[in-house]
Ligand binder design. Sequence first.
Ligand code: HEC
Ligand code: HEC
Length: 243
Amino acid sequence: MRFSVRAFSVAFLLFLCVQSCKHEPFDPIIVEVLTNDSNLVFGPTPGACDPDTVYFERDVLPLIANVCGSCHKPGGQNDGILLTNYDEIMQYGEIRPGNPGASELYEVITETDLDKRMPPPPASVLAQEDIDMIRKWIEQGAQNNTCNFDTGGATGACNPASVSFANEVSNILSSNGCTGCHSGGSIVLNNYAGVKTVADNGRLLGSIKHEAGYRAMPDGGGKLDSCDIATIEVWINEGANDN
Ligand code: HEC
Ligand code: HEC
């Protein structure tokens, strides 16, 4: 039910947009409506991944969360520039779909003046392949898109057992951008003690399974790969050990 009401209101807003803002397709209000609705945008069953397409949820958001998230989150050292979800990345990164050269976010990651470059020194410049990936995403329209990259579901070959914190759990948390936002503050995920705390109090599993009563994680993104969720669950059931 919620889905159809939301689908209708988005369709209606799109209709208004076509009518009234032909020259401004990224009206911030429309963008906000589209992107805050993760159920709708990320959909229940996204299509298969196209090898030539860059996907916001799979590729762009984890990178930005990891490299930029520690500063560009609420309360971070960021001069009011937030980059924690699609909406904010479009707005504060001043993304011009189709035009990386005119997009502030692309400019700052390719800036040669070190006083302006992001991430700022002493962090090193992004890897060229990551810069190229961001460029291609903007060239392809900077969409809030995703695809079915859920390998556990697709192959059915997910049988986690004897899960290691060091080799598996911590990799899942860093490759999905969790550690970028959670390297300090109330929830710490870049060390064992911090992860153990939320494993034991149920918040880790509740948030990644998008259960009622928990804040859905990753913040602003779609769900983790189901095999990653299963792996973390097995690790917790095995005692959430520092192994
Ligand atoms: C160590 C903290 C830190 C990290 C990491 C960081 N930033 Fe920033 N960023 C800042 C601060 C502080 C400002 C505001 C002052 C300035 O422009 O230097 C800023 C400003 C910006 C701006 C606005 C620039 C302008 O001139 O208006 C953008 C866009 C930006 N950052 C994007 C990024 C991106 C993308 C990343 C990751 C690739 C990143 N930042 C990583 C601290 C950081
Ligand atoms: C873009 C930033 C961002 C990313 C990425 C992110 N989080 Fe969060 N997370 C937050 C914020 C903000 C909160 C609210 C509490 C706080 O301020 O720490 C939060 C809260 C949580 C909580 C507490 C939930 C609750 O209901 O009590 C857990 C657990 C958590 N995150 C785990 C994760 C995990 C696991 C990932 C990766 C899959 C992740 N987060 C990715 C920003 C982020």
